[in-house]
Design a protein around this ligand. Structure first.
Ligand SMILES: Cc1cc2nc3c(=O)[nH]c(=O)nc-3n(C[C@H](O)[C@H](O)[C@H](O)COP(=O)(O)O)c2cc1C
Ligand SMILES: [Fe+2]
Ligand SMILES: [Fe+2]
Length: 397
């Protein structure tokens, strides 16, 4: 069993059988469900795990404890990907006290159909758990991303237990500790995809808890998914700060296109080429072929979003409409939008998209909308496309 500290064991595991997280987000390289066991003078279990790795977890817990009893269970998050085995653990270790927020205790009752009132401790801000060589305090982190979430902090080892925050998609095959992995573009983009889709809506709450955490000396972050962060802490905290405040990560541009017969795709590709000639490397997504979570993640990364949509039965093409709905639900702000519409007889996608974007805070829409009717008319429309491209380039300055 992997040791994180002399008296702190890793009990989690990675699942590679499920291909979607929360039934909607594609996972390409598995998913890690982390859990931790402290074997100090007192024993403490920090969270359980998902159903998919439940058996492994229970075995690891029994082996880790050996003949010792379990004194405390800390529940940072009641979502079943971390609490699936909680009911079993509560029954197996009847002496264990349960540290959980008041809101968490309510949710626990909803799932376990028992309140375990006499075993529950709601740690208030002055509450400290002294286990012998460790001293824990508890930090509420409401709506990061459920209401009952809390972090905990051990002041003796400067360890922050951060619930889902700083988690990512992907199993821990490449390395359990962050110093075994490279924070390359792919890793960061999977972290962003996890953050933006799952926590993205709750930026202000993330900002609040980051502010509280900034007062602490942190040497290691133990999240419920992804690697154990023992280095690169400044980098991941800086990324989280950007994402939580909806600041574009880079002054880049993405093109999202929705087309049935390919004419809008051709025009959008032409735009990508025009932008490249002007020195802007825009990423390109066919909304009919890309899972929404990747579009959302890229929207959190870039500054300018070019939306290309056909008019579809007088409306926005549904995959593009879905993308806009996602951005609206997540409360994405501080972006610039450019619109290319197509319509064979009465183009309306552009004005409908503008209507949707009107409710996006601190965002602006470049003028004019570029209208394509059926096929892109290279002979007569190249000038308009060039001007459209110049507007986009200027928005990135
Ligand atoms: C099912 C369907 C409904 C459409 N509805 C409209 C419409 O209401 N108004 C319009 O001007 N064009 C409409 N169009 C035409 C498209 O907006 C677009 O001009 C055409 O699909 C060509 O672009 P594409 O090759 O990128 O798909 C419709 C096309 C399809 C396939
Ligand atoms: Fe969660
Ligand atoms: Fe989770």
């Amino acid at each position: 069993m992997t040791k994180i500290l002399d008296d702190l064991l890793y009990l989690g595991a990675s699942d590679y059988s499920e291909h979607k997280f929360e039934r909607i987000y594609q996972i390409e390289e598995g998913m890690a469900y982390n859990s931790y066991l402290l074997l100090d003078d007192k024993t403490v279990l920090f969270d359980t795990c998902d159903k998919s790795v439940g058996e492994h977890f229970l075995e690891a817990l029994k082996e880790g404890l050996g003949k010792r009893k379990l004194d405390y269970i800390v529940v940072h998050h009641m979502e079943p990907d971390h609490s699936y085995e909680l009911g079993e653990v509560i029954k197996l270790y009847p002496e264990a006290k349960i540290l959980i927020t008041a809101q968490g205790a309510n949710i626990l009752k909803e799932y376990l159909l028992e309140d375990y009132k006499e075993r529950i401790i709601n740690p208030c801000s002055s509450y400290r758990l002294n286990t012998g060589h460790h001293l824990f305090s508890f930090i509420p982190a409401p709506l990061v991303h459920w209401p009952e979430v809390m972090f905990s902090y051990d002041e003796k080892t400067c360890t922050l237990f951060s619930a889902d925050a700083f988690g990512t998609f992907g199993g821990n095959k490449a390395g359990l500790f962050s110093n075994e992995i490279t924070l390359d573009d792919h890793f960061v983009s999977e972290m962003r995809r996890y953050y933006s889709n799952i926590v993205g809506k709750f930026g202000p709450n993330v900002v609040n808890v980051l502010k509280k955490a900034s007062a602490l000396k942190i040497d290691r972050i133990l999240a419920l998914h992804g690697p154990i962060w023992v280095d690169k802490l400044d980098k991941i905290i800086a990324l989280y700060t950007k994402w939580a405040t909806y600041e574009p990560e880079q002054k880049d541009c993405m093109i999202v296109c929705g087309s049935v017969y390919g004419h809008t795709l051709t025009a959008a590709k032409k735009l990508q080429q025009v932008l490249a000639e002007k020195g802007v490397k825009a990423s390109f997504f066919d909304a009919t072929e890309t899972e929404a979570s990747y579009l959302v993640s890229e929207a959190f990364r870039v500054k300018t979003i070019v939306i290309c949509s056909i008019t579809y039965a007088t409306n926005i093409f549904p995959p593009i409409e879905n993308f806009l709905t996602d951005l609206s639900h997540l409360g994405l702000t501080k972006r610039t939008y450019a619109i290319m519409e197509n319509g064979s007889w009465a183009p309306q996608a552009g004005s409908k998209i503008k209507d949707v974007l009107a409710s996006f805070k601190d965002s602006c829409v470049l003028q004019p909308v570029l209208t394509v009717r059926g096929a892109f008319d290279e002979k007569n429309q190249m000038g308009s496309l060039e001007a459209f491209g110049d507007n986009i380039v200027n928005s990135l300055k």
